[in-house]
Design a protein around this ligand. Sequence first.
Ligand code: GLU
Length: 331
Amino acid sequence: MKKINGVIILLLLSVVTFAQQISEKRIREVMKEAYNKYKAPQGGANANYIPYLADVNSNLYGIAVCLPNGKVLELGDTKYEFGIESISKVFVLALAMQERGQKAIEDSIGVNATGMPFNSVLAIELEPARAVNPLVNAGAMATNSFVPAASGAEKWTKIDNIFAKFAGRRLPVIEKLYASETATNQHNRAIAWLLYSYGRFYDNVDVSVDLYTKACSYGTTARDLAVMAGTLANRGVNPLTREKVINSEYCPKILATMLTEGLYDETGDWIYHTGIPGKSGVGGGVIAVSPGKMAIAVFSPPLDKSGNSIKAMYTIKYMVDKLGLNLLEAK
Ligand code: GLU
């Protein structure tokens, strides 16, 4: 009798587990539906304040999904290397948190939403403690300055190593993009100096802005970004390499900053429609994380006025809806 009870319990458990997992077949179907629905132009324009980005082919479109078992499902232009841009902020934050701890980030950078554009100076001026979320330009440069290192070269090695661990391969810097951004990043330098004047910058300003710019210039594919985001979905363990990249307890904290600031001043709308953390970059990439289930990365260069890829947002919203990934829904 005991044996039979055990078998029944095992059967029930496997039914429950099976019910929670979304089949690979279903994910592929939904990817295809989204791809066909949105493959035609959906409006918007490439970022043009960084000249390199203006010249990227606007019709490129790729979707990648990374599952906790290490499978990566791909559709469309998932092998094209584009500028990671602001999505890099998530992974430099992961490095800073890993090295300094969560409390230090809260105290020295800030974690609240700014509700303002990604490069806002006002966001710093209006906040009495000068706290800025690590996912806007000001907070991201401050976070970069907060990574402990004896020199710029040592800091870059730390950044390069952790990005390689997140992606499961060493990422290239797109030198043309890096040069293009360096020639046009005066506004970012002004923001960094402003933070410095308030005692909220923690390393040499020029070095930190340069390393921030360099990290924004990493070339990543939609596939890379799915794996990087998949590591955050998978308790800090890279689903491909099985390497532990960051402490699991930091994942929900990093995802929380994505929930509050991942799509800049459009984050509220994003959460309202999707209920999952996302992060965009002006290179046209958007990542979204469904903890324990999957990560989605979409690439399409044309952006809306807030700097978010229009097709990528549509695609992810569609997939979240069809696959039931909204975290705010009772399951
Ligand atoms: N490197 C870009 C900047 O600093 C990143 C902006 C973004 O992707 O939102 O302006």
